[in-house]
Design a protein around this ligand. Sequence first.
Ligand code: PEP
Length: 254
Amino acid sequence: MAKPILVANWKNHPNSLSETMVLLREIAKSAKLYKKLSLFVAPPFTYFESVSERLGNFGQLASQNISSLSPGNYTGQVTPDILKSFGTKLSIIGHSERRGFGETSEHIAKKIKTALHCSIIPLVCIGEMSRDPDGEYFEFLRDELKSSLAGLNPKTDISKLMLAYEPVWAIGKHAQDAITPANLSQSVIFIKKVLTDMFNRVVAEHVPILYGGSVEPANIGPLFSETGIKGFLVGHASLNAKSLKAIAESLISK
Ligand code: PEP
């Protein structure tokens, strides 16, 4: 069976390189544990070198975004060739916080193609803003998935990407505010149905679906064992070495 996937999204944290080094030292103490998973760490760009060096052979470098710009002069941009040169293996694409800055599904579709072209795994984020009793959010989810994955080839492209289902209402809170396992199972089934309609059943079963949104040691167990997901995209809890370790331990105990 494939290893559980754990992606740490550090966003714009820690606040300094020295704090980053302290965190990395703590995380590295559990290197043996992390080797049992597919661990990716997505730090701010400025910490790329330190993180890629210290992850050694127990984790891989990820980026929180990828630019779809072709070579040229772009002040303030980090281009895909730079990401590659640091050994970036995965890019989080379409995170709701980036969509909040105006990134559209069209941009995201382009970025997915850029990542695939560079042999970087696209981790494509989708998720509804809020839930309504009539289930209209399923329509939102369908549209977002369809427009983000538009133009991809089921044979050559889709098998190389991963999806992160991150309901926006559940991000950045605490375990008790996260989705329930029953509701997560429903969303996973729905996403697979949309993938089947867009591509085919084989694709729907093959694409790893991760969950993100207030995952902590307290809720990870049932979210993993009862829902059909393959791993997690973790924000705030991944910035605490103890929490990250507890999350990893839960993943390998299933
Ligand atoms: C995220 O923003 O991708 C995320 C999952 O954050 P948190 O775990 O803090 O909800």
